[in-house]
Design a protein around this ligand. Structure first.
Ligand SMILES: [Zn+2]
Ligand SMILES: [Zn+2]
Length: 134
């Protein structure tokens, strides 16, 4: 699949403290919530929402995250100052950089289109059934 990296504008994001900043070309990318146990433990959250960006469209504009080899086929990158998970690289998909949607400046613009590793999903996570407590 060929991506056009020249649509107008760039999507920006970064870690909590601002040491790491990145951006990538605006486009429609695959996105998904991952419920696997590695994502859960590394983020400290119930699941992680990812977006797959072609490597040629992605760049760091400030700082570089620290690498953590999280499995035999993948590594995670997080800010070494504040710990925000920013990026994941997978050996079987070497052409993509996986970005945490919630490290984007406007995560509300990127609704994950699916769920992965739903067999590992916590029983109290139910997509589409989240209720307001008020
Ligand atoms: Zn940081
Ligand atoms: Zn995962």
């Amino acid at each position: 699949m060929l991506y056009n990296c020249f649509m107008e504008g760039r999507i920006e994001g970064g870690c909590f403290c601002g040491s790491v900043r990145y951006n990538f070309e605006k486009n429609n990318y695959l996105s998904s919530n991952c419920h696997c146990s590695v994502c859960r433990r590394i983020s400290g959250a119930a699941f992680v929402s990812w977006m797959a960006i072609p490597k040629s469209c992605f760049k760091y504009t400030q700082g570089e995250p620290k690498k953590l080899t999280s499995s035999s086929h993948g590594s995670r990158y997080f800010c070494q100052d504040c710990g925000t998970p920013v990026v994941c690289l997978l050996e079987e998909y070497p052409e993509h950089t996986y970005v945490t949607i919630c490290s984007l400046d406007k995560p509300e613009d990127f609704d994950p289109k699916g769920d992965m590793y739903t067999e590992d999903m916590l029983p109290w996570v139910k997509k589409g059934e989240l209720k307001s407590s008020t």
